[in-house]
Design a binder for this molecule. Sequence first.
Ligand SMILES: N[C@@H](CCC(=O)N[C@@H](CS)C(=O)NCC(=O)O)C(=O)O
Length: 209
Amino acid sequence: MPPKAAAKPKYRLTYFNVRARGELSRLLFNQAGVDFEDVRIEQDKWPEVKKEMPGGTLPVLTCGDNKFGQSMAIARYLASEFNLNGKTKLDNLAVDEILCDIVDFMTKVFGPVFEKDDAKKAELVKAFEEDILPAFLKKLEARIGKSGWLVGDSITAADIGVFDVLDGVTKRGSEKCLNGSPKVKAMIDKVKAQPRIKAYLAKRPDSQM
Ligand SMILES: N[C@@H](CCC(=O)N[C@@H](CS)C(=O)NCC(=O)O)C(=O)O
């Protein structure tokens, strides 16, 4: 008998070949050990693909005949499907709060990156390093309890999302920013040490964002 063809994964995640707004969902799939089609669109193919996407943006999650946009809606759905959004409804709320904080923070991370005017860019970098990043870290540091996780006593999408967004920041040269936040640093190390996440990080494509 010929070998059975591998079943097609239930989910496809379409995004550009960068981390940015798609990576949290990729990390959630990996942490859960759920197979998915990781479709990475190169810029020259985007105009064609864009026509097929509901809001004309990426990421998009395809499940059967359905396509869904909005990165955090996708991540929150996956977190709920994979039991990575806490154990109680209040835990869910705490996870969602941190995911919303991540969206706000990410906007401020990308502000200086995309600013073309040098003087304005310098101002945005200064505000980011002196105010925005320390405030974000302070709030997170206060949230981490005895378990070492942000919410409850096990890893959630909040921990994975914080690892992801700060990974981008430290990759851009602010490595030492975590020195004053030992609990956040330890939590990030625990996320990176999760066996499936560790395996994914070792093989994921390198990208600037
Ligand atoms: N709020 C949306 C924003 C989506 C968005 O702006 N995606 C960008 C990439 S990060 C995009 O698709 N840009 C290409 C375009 O708008 O044509 C989300 O979080 O998914």
